[in-house]
Design a protein around this ligand. Structure first.
Ligand SMILES: CCCCCCCCCC(=O)SCCNC(=O)CCNC(=O)[C@H](O)C(C)(C)COP(=O)(O)OP(=O)(O)OC[C@H]1O[C@@H](n2cnc3c(N)ncnc32)[C@H](O)[C@@H]1OP(=O)(O)O
Length: 202
């Protein structure tokens, strides 16, 4: 379990600190091999789907252990201030990358808490190089961290995040999602796409 504070001098809220009972994450034996592209888990996902013209189109790759790398290029549709990425969009990119980690655990989970440090402004056309890893697991709680760099995978840090994901049953989506989309996703003849829309272990 990682005990380093990934935020430098800015401590995360106590809800994001794994308890002493937390254990290291276990990579699922069927997780994609390191280097493998994950692909979109759902065509209409704002973070990774190809069906959202102004979405992030983030591309995530499995890393070693329970880690992910991802890339997202800021487009004009993602601006907040003139020529700069909107902070909420950057947080979405972090959320999507962190959420992808759960596919390596094969655990269905949703973001409960996500804290972001915005360290440097990110101009339009910049590619954000993201790295995320699960630090620890405690029951239904998954503690993870992410960092986004600009200028290259080893460039200066632009954003950092710490997150708590909470494991849920697939009923979370079926009970809460809009019926049209739920019906369409469940009717997909492609079994892998069908399960990944809900991030379910096939
Ligand atoms: C390849 C796949 C790629 C996928 C990428 C997707 C990336 C995007 C991911 C998302 O953005 S998911 C969408 C955003 N998140 C949500 O919509 C979640 C909305 N919230 C909920 O549905 C519920 O609040 C939640 C399921 C998170 C928790 O409700 P539950 O009733 O299941 O649990 P409960 O409230 O009993 O909490 C369980 C534990 O977690 C703790 N907890 C829950 N929410 C928390 C929170 N926000 N902060 C801190 N702790 C929290 C809570 O205190 C408790 O701790 P203890 O067990 O120690 O008592």
């Amino acid at each position: 379990m990682s005990t380093a504070n990934p935020r430098g001098t800015n401590p995360a809220s106590s809800a994001l600190t794994p308890p002493p009972s937390a254990i290291p994450p276990v990579r699922h034996p069927d997780a994609p091999a390191p280097g493998e592209l994950l692909g979109a888990h759902y065509e209409d996902c704002f973070g990774c789907g190809g069906g959202q013209p102004h979405g992030l189109h983030l591309q995530a790759r499995a890393g070693e252990g329970v880690s992910i790398t991802a890339e997202f290029t800021v487009k004009p549709a993602h601006q907040g201030a003139p020529g700069l990425a909107h902070g909420g969009v950057l947080t979405s990119a972090l959320d999507e990358t962190l959420g992808s980690l759960n596919w390596l655990l094969r655990t269905i989970a949703v973001t409960g808490r996500l804290e972001t440090d915005f360290v440097r402004p990110v101009p339009v056309d910049t590619t954000l190089f993201l790295q995320a890893e699960v630090a620890a697991v405690a029951g239904r709680k998954i503690y993870s961290t992410a960092v986004g760099r600009i200028g290259g995978p080893d460039g200066p840090v632009a954003v950092r995040a710490q997150a708590l994901f909470i494991e849920v049953k697939v009923d979370h989506f079926i009970d809460n999602g809009r019926p049209e989309e739920i019906r369409a996703a469940m009717a997909d003849p492609d079994q892998i796409r069908r399960v990944r829309a809900f991030e379910v272990n096939p």
